[in-house]
Design a protein around this ligand. Sequence first.
Ligand code: ZN
Ligand code: ZN
Length: 236
Amino acid sequence: MSILPQSLRHALNRIAERILPGTCLLCAADSSGALLCAECETDLPIPPDATCPQCGVETTLGERCGACLKDPPAFNRTIALFRYEFPVDRLIQALKYGHQLPLANWFGQGLSEKIVATEHDLLLPLPLHPSRLASRGFNQAVEIARTISRLRNIPISVDHLTRIRATSPQAALPLKERPRNVRGAFECSADLGGRRVLLVDDVMTSGSTLRECARILKMHGAAEVTLAIAARALRH
Ligand SMILES: [Zn+2]
Ligand SMILES: [Zn+2]
């Protein structure tokens, strides 16, 4: 993609070149067929021990954070697999822009180990706007969610929730402008009465997009919305 800085494009190319069977994506050492070698996998940045159960930011003792107390989001809980930091950010970018789809399966596998399947009735991936889907060719959230659905036997729907308005990429906007940017961007076509929804996305930064999405799901009757996120950004 043309908006990527050159250094990042180079990094992605290096990652792409290293996808040879049996070698680690990050260090090219022998990984016996796995995407990452055991050493790189152990070193990946995981979320802190004590986090706000609702939004996943670090708190002293795992209590709810000030932001969630002051202005509670519509989602109830956040489950994050990694921190969105080096080298997980590279893996996410390789998935999205380098089309390394096996990574979606890998993130999905990790997330499915962190959830309790009986606590969720329906999996919904965060939708892309049709124009973005057309240019990328796939939705990474759908691919991650499909793996969770398969491994944990939770039904998935890819058409209940749709993105009806193309929005500027959230990352390009100051934090303050993000909620307004996504307001009214989603539509839900199903009655979710009483369903406990697991909403899946690859990255959560400010949370504005997921907040708006969860608001729509609750409006359509969802009893509970839990976020399942591959990588949570904890510093802006
Ligand atoms: Zn490695
Ligand atoms: Zn919070």
